[in-house]
Structures are given as structure tokens and as C-alpha cells.
Design a protein around this ligand. Sequence first.
Ligand code: CUA
Length: 322
Amino acid sequence: MSPLISLLASTPNGLRGTLWMPPRASTAAGDTDGLFYFIYYLCAFFFILIVGVTLLFIFKYRRKRSNQRTSPIEGNQRLEIIWAVIPAILLVVIFLWGFRGYLGLAVPPAEAIDVRVTAQKWSWTFDYPKLGVSGATELIVPEGRAVKLTMSSRDVIHSFYVPAFRVKKDVIPNRYSVLWFEATERGTYDVMCAEYCGTGHSKMITHVKVVNPGEFEDWAKSGGGGPPDGAKLFAAKGCVACHSLTKDRRGLPGPPLAGKYGSTETFADGSQLKIDDNYIRESVTQPMAKVVKGFTPVMPTFKGQLNDAQIGALIDFIKTLK
Ligand code: CUA
């Protein structure tokens, strides 16, 4: 197969992805791709047919003499029935195919692993209430088991999207939305926000890691994989969307953080304070308490989103920024 053909065609397991589709890593992906390619090739077929016949007729029935008159054709019932019935059947096939897939995605299996997903500007948090893991910044799931996500947002509308799983659903404040999948291939896949939610929307990215069931159990038993890492949290929690790690603000909405620890800061009300652990902790949980002079108070609170160990790791990370 030529490289172009292999890019265009859907490979048997879809592992590498195609020109149109990312790798295929969940049980829902096959059905979604099948319907996508059915509609795609159907459109391509009719496009070529209709444009081809149009071009042919333009040539065949062109006016050949200046006094030539149009043929007096008023209609053709047989032709009209054919071009109404065939597309109608095709549309019903597309509807039934899509509806069957929709029902499969709408009802999570009873034995699914429960994960709570919290979205906020501009990060994702994953809690596993029955496994005692909370505050994970990446979604870790076992291969070959159904996972049910119960999702809500702390601020605006976001949308949870895993292209490799072919699943996407809006995440809305004051309401739970449910999404489920069963991963079929081990690996790391992108999780994106698919609903414009402000400045940091394009940085609202994390990963879903599909591991084997034994690894998943070990991970859950360890409470979610060892001590928190401040640098990773800083990226995963979306802090990067607003705070530069250098002394230069770089056009971002929040104060740059390099060299801030231990320095004296002036606040909107004119008061001053030396930046220490307590100030950082307060700013993370109550961002409106002491807003730095010259900055708009737009930071969302991370209260309840970060546990003590995670806040400690963030403070230690900010200390290292010189
Ligand atoms: Cu969250 Cu876009």
C-alpha cells in the first residue's frame, strides 16, 4: 500500500490513526469510525456522480444552434421517485446506525469504575471515591474495564473530550453530566477541553493513561502514585495559563512568579507584605483576599481542588523560581 493510501484508509486496528482520525483506543471508536467512513464515502460517491453527470450534461445538451429551442419536458415520475426514495433510505440507515451508537454511549454499564471529574478554568481534577484516590491531575484507567465519569464544572461550561476514545461531553456548572468508555489499548492519550472557556482554553489539556489492571490496582493502593510534584501540578492545574515562570509577565493575566518568594509585594489596597508560604496558600484558596496592585482580580479559587500536600508542593515549586 502506498503511504497516501494507508493514510486515507482505515487500518484494521486503527492504532496509528488515519488522515481523518486519531488512534482508536476504546470500544466506541470502531462504531464511530465505521459510521464516519460510511458517510464520508457516500458523500464522495454522490459528489463524483452528481458533478460528473452535471459536466456531462453541460457538454451533451449545450445549445448547438442559435435558433435551437429547449425540449418541452415537464417531469419524469419514475426518476423523481428514484431520487427521493434512495436518499430517504440512506438517511434512515445513517439515523439508525447513529442512534444505536448513541444509545450505547448513553448508558454506562453497572460494573463501571466510578470517577468524578471536576473542570475549572483551566484544569481537570479526577477523584476516585470508591478507591480513595483524590485530586489526581491525570485520568488513570485500566485496560478493558468500563469507566464512568460523573462530571461537573466549578465555573463556566467546559467539554471533556478524548479524541482517541471518540467521546466528548459538555461539563456544566450546577449539574452532573455522565460519560463512559472502555479503553482497549494501553497508552497515553490527550484529554482536551472542547468548549471555549476563556484565555486558557487551549491550555486546558491533560492525559488519560491506560494501564494494565494490575498496574491500576497498585496505583490505586498507593493512593494515586506517590507524593505530589509541584512543577507537574503547576502545569496540570492550569496555573501556567496565567502566571509566567520568569520575571517577565509575557502578557499573561496574573503576576509573574520568578523571584517572588521572599520579596515584598504591594497590594491593590496599598498594603504590603513579604511573600511567604502563608501568602501563597491564601492566594490559592482565597485569591481575592490580597490582589497584587495593577492586576485584575480574575483568579478562580482552588479551595477543595488541592489537598494540603499538593499546596505544599506548589509552594516548594514557586520557591525554586529564581
Ligand atoms: Cu475549558 Cu475550554
